[in-house]
Design a protein around this ligand. Structure first.
Ligand SMILES: C[S@@+](CC[C@H](N)C(=O)[O-])C[C@H]1O[C@@H](n2cnc3c(N)ncnc32)[C@H](O)[C@@H]1O
Length: 383
């Protein structure tokens, strides 16, 4: 056969080359399926084991590839797989106690390489679910380092870390969906939309912050040719349906809100700014208006996330986050799907005051905030 082999591994960048070569294999799909089918035809456990171990050896050590499993031709049908997951699946076949079990695992592996199974709300291939090891599925999120790549930066005091919208967009939206963020701030959600191929609309009250957001969003490459819309308005008053219609958008498929944590950070002097609410009741009332204003534009069966922390005032812990969650639930229109507790590293100001806070905590008999909440709701036919 003509040797027009290109590469065993597929790298887009130097970075990929350094990080992925141990984690990913590009396999020749037809050849691999043929070998698996031959193993499936065997009727002795020992033979199944022996032949599977040969394949394992090739994946581990590509120079021993006598079958051409890893021969990638420029016009060949290839599939990129996570090496550890593939080895785990092959070991499961080799270690099977019965022939039936081994054949079941072989069929499952073949299916994972040939069929794509996605749900209505995301693009994850559920036949290869084991490969999404960076998608969080537990309710405690310890996110140590802020993603500062691309247009992301930590310059806006009070922005959230990009991993929050990243996790939700991948799990609860598909490419081409529309995402709405009524408290846009510096534009983190829309930057993440650009990266992941989702369209995004953000609303922000302060004109100065809108300028910052637009600059940040514009500096992110638009690889997927998606649309982003930034609206300078008050989300407690805005007619979202009308705004969407003006832009020919029927509805949105994900809603994310990161409101001010009442008055912890004052974002402006504008009295419509939630951070200027005079009481907790006023804060909740304004937040509730945004929940009402956005309800109709979110598709049925879709998700809504609220990111918020608590507050400490005059010697008392104020469970602002739970009050805010309740503001959504009491409307009876959304069901609660998860309460996520996320670690919270001090904002710029707090880091400088860390020691002082420790002293205050010891004197005042309280604990320093190290967490905030993310409430995940689903719009589920409860009108
Ligand atoms: C916690 S910040 C959001 C930060 C954002 N997630 C980011 O990563 O940059 C809350 C934002 O809500 C804005 N805001 C406050 N009241 C508002 C209102 N009534 N309508 C729209 N935006 C408002 C503030 O100006 C502030 O930028």
């Amino acid at each position: 056969m003509k040797n027009n082999k290109i590469t065993l591994f597929d790298f887009n960048t130097e970075f990929d080359k350094k990080t992925n070569w141990k984690r990913e294999s590009i396999i020749n799909k037809n050849m691999f399926l043929e070998v698996l089918s031959k193993i499936e035809e065997l009727n002795e456990n020992n033979k199944i084991r022996f032949e599977t171990l040969k394949v394992i050896e090739i994946i581990k050590n590509p120079v021993k590839d006598n079958f051409g499993l890893l021969n990638i031709y420029s016009n060949g049908d290839t599939v990129k797989v996570n090496k550890d997951v593939l080895l785990e699946d092959l070991n499961q076949i080799a270690d099977s106690q019965t022939i039936d079990r081994a054949k079941y695992y072989i069929r499952r592996l073949k299916k994972s390489l040939t069929e794509i199974k996605t749900s209505k709300i995301n693009d994850l291939n559920l036949n290869r679910w084991k490969e999404y090891d960076d998608i969080l599925t537990e309710s405690l999120w310890i996110l140590d380092k802020r993603d500062k790549s691309g247009a992301h930066n930590a310059n806006y005091w009070g922005n959230f870390i990009p991993q929050i919208p990243n996790q939700f967009l991948r799990r609860y939206t598909k490419q081409g969906d529309w995402i709405l963020d009524p408290f846009l701030g510096s534009g983190t959600t829309l930057i993440e939309c650009k990266r992941l191929g989702r369209n995004g609309i953000g609303v922000e009250l302060s004109p100065e912050v809108v300028t910052i957001a637009k600059k940040n969003i514009d500096s992110e490459e638009n690889k997927f040719n998606i649309k982003t819309e930034v609206i300078n308005a008050d989300s407690t008053e805005l007619d979202f349906k009308q705004e969407l219609e003006k832009r020919n958008i029927k509805s949105v498929q994900f809603l994310i809100m990161h409101p001010p944590y009442w008055d912890i950070i004052k974002f402006s002097k504008n009295s419509r700014d939630l951070s200027n609410a005079k009481s907790i009741e006023e804060f909740l009332n304004l937040f509730g208006k945004v929940v009402d204003n956005t309800y109709d534009v979110l598709d049925e069966g879709r998700y809504f996330a609220v990111v918020i922390g608590d507050k400490y005032s005059q010697g008392e812990w104020i469970p602002l986050a739970f009050y805010t969650m309740n503001e959504v639930l009491k409307r009876g229109k959304y069901i609660l799907k998860s309460i996520i507790v996320k670690n919270f590293e001090g904002t710029k100001g707090k880091i400088n005051q860390k020691k002082l806070w420790r002293y205050r905590a010891l004197v005042g008999g309280f604990y320093i905030f190290k967490h905030e909440y993310i409430f995940l709701f689903k719009k589920e036919g409860k009108k």
